[in-house]
Design a protein around this ligand. Structure first.
Ligand SMILES: Cc1ncc(COP(=O)(O)O)c(C=O)c1O
Length: 443
């Protein structure tokens, strides 16, 4: 560890790193000191191809001048203004842009600062919606195994990532989970959406509703594509069935679009890609291209209107954050959405997705590869775990790739790729070439 500390003149000991093996990292640090377009610069000057858009957030590529200058300009004009009983123009402008991008009938935006807060806000809005309509007994929230909804107590309770939950328990008292949608026997090496598995949605009507009674269930929350637990692509017809069952029983459907939002699937949101409109959508990450923290919830008019009742002086929702709609984040969001549109980046992602799919699936047959999944610009390779060491093989592939100038994201024994939407075919070739070589070495 002496090397980096000496080279950069920094002490690594104080920062308790999130979701990281702190001691291992601090003995062999991987420090990023710069970024432009498709590449990071590592502390030793090496270029590292960003195969993951940072953490699924830098959808327009790094260091985009338009976004940076908008944020800087905003700082010069108005560094902060509250949005509790006050307002500032950029928050309204950003909300308007996001609503315009969202599916028809989803015209209202509540701001948070992260995906985790976005999820907790969506869950709270769902509970408050039923209460506002006189159905306050609807308090059960239904999530899904292998779901990831961030790290708030709400998000981990409806989530299904075991490591996130086991230390903290299930602190929302009334929660149930659908099974996840991946089945290697019937779906392995599906290109895009698996043909098999729409019936997994029926568990909602066959088990969960009879067990709890629909009159007690507030909402179902799912990621359109489960990203962080290994790119689980919904089977054809699955989301449509969830929507139909929720409609039948008056249950709200929440899509957690923190990863699938802002072009990852070649459309503005997963909802657009799948043609299924939820009642609430949580978003974050790509909204500001990762430059400034921001998240939020897009609400359907049906949900929003249910709150806009009673005396006009009443606060309709007792919820919010000091930095909801922060001026600098809002300015970055406006510039980011303009940039996506000006450069046609969502269409670009859709156009290059088939090449990405083809390249990913060329890795089939390499040692220990047991499945390959993809949709839009999400690609995941699943490797067989080493006996008694779940995740070790994928972690070795990750460090090998990094040493060779490529960033991929390990999660359990999966390796995810989610490049910026500006990715070129040559980058995809490089990603697959380096990943393939690392997989061969990771026997
Ligand atoms: C689907 C989903 N929801 C929520 C989150 C949490 O977002 P954040 O890390 O900004 O709190 C993530 C993060 O990866 C995510 O993928």
């Amino acid at each position: 560890m002496g090397n980096i500390e000496t080279t950069l003149g920094i002490d690594l000991s104080a920062f308790w790193m999130p979701f990281s093996a702190n001691r291992q990292f601090k003995h062999a640090p991987r420090l990023l000191v710069g970024a432009k377009d498709m590449h990071f610069t590592a502390h030793d000057g090496r270029k590292v191809l960003d195969g993951t858009a940072g953490l699924w957030c830098v959808n327009a590529g790094h260091g985009r001048e338009k976004i940076i200058s908008a944020a800087k300009a905003q700082l010069d004009v108005l560094d902060f203004a509250p949005t509790f009983q006050l307002g500032h123009p950029k928050a309204f402008e950003a909300a308007q842009k996001i609503a315009a991008l969202a599916p028809e009938g989803m015209d209202h935006v509540f701001f948070s600062n992260s995906g985790s807060e976005a999820v907790d806000s969506a869950l709270k809005i769902a509970l408050a919606y039923h209460r506002a309509r006189g159905e306050g007994q609807r308090t059960i929230l239904v999530g899904r195994e292998r779901g990831y909804h961030g790290t708030g107590f709400g998000g981990i309770s409806v989530g299904g990532m075991t490591n996130n939950r086991k230390t903290f328990g299930n602190l929302l008292p009334r929660v149930d989970h659908l099974r996840h949608t991946w089945d290697i026997e019937h779906q392995a090496y599906s290109r895009g959406q698996p043909e098999w598995g729409a019936h997994f949605a029926d568990e909602l009507e066959q088990r969960i509703i009879p067990l709890h009674d629909a009159s007690n269930i507030a909402a179902v929350i799912v990621e359109p594509v489960a990203g962080s637990t290994g790119g689980l692509v919904p089977p054809k017809g699955y989301l449509e069935r969830l929507r139909a069952i929720c409609d039948k029983y008056g249950i709200l459907l929440i899509f957690d679009e923190v990863i699938t939002g802002f072009g990852r699937l070649g459309k503005p949101f997963g909802a657009d890609f799948f043609g299924v409109t939820p009642d609430l959508m949580s978003f974050a990450k790509g909204v500001t291209n990762g430059t400034i923290p921001m998240g939020g919830v897009v609400a359907s008019n049906k949900v929003y209107d249910a709150f806009m009742q009673g005396p006009e002086g009443a606060i309709e929702l007792f919820h919010g954050y000091t930095y909801s709609g922060h001026p600098v984040a809002a300015a970055a969001a406006v510039a980011t959405i303009d940039l996506y549109r000006e450069e046609g980046l969502f269409e670009r992602a859709a156009a290059i997705a088939p090449y990405f799919e083809q390249a990913l699936h060329s890795l089939k047959g390499l040692p220990n590869v047991i499945d390959i999944r993809n949709l839009g610009l999400i690609g995941v390779i699943e490797v067989a775990p080493r006996p008694g060491a779940v995740g070790a093989r994928a972690f070795d592939v990750f460090t090998d790739c990094y040493a060779n100038g490529l960033l991929v994201r390990p999660a359990g024994d999966t390796l995810a790729m989610s490049p910026p939407l500006i990715v070129e075919k040559s980058h995809i070739d490089e990603m697959v070439g380096k990943l393939g070589a690392a997989l061969k070495r990771a026997a």
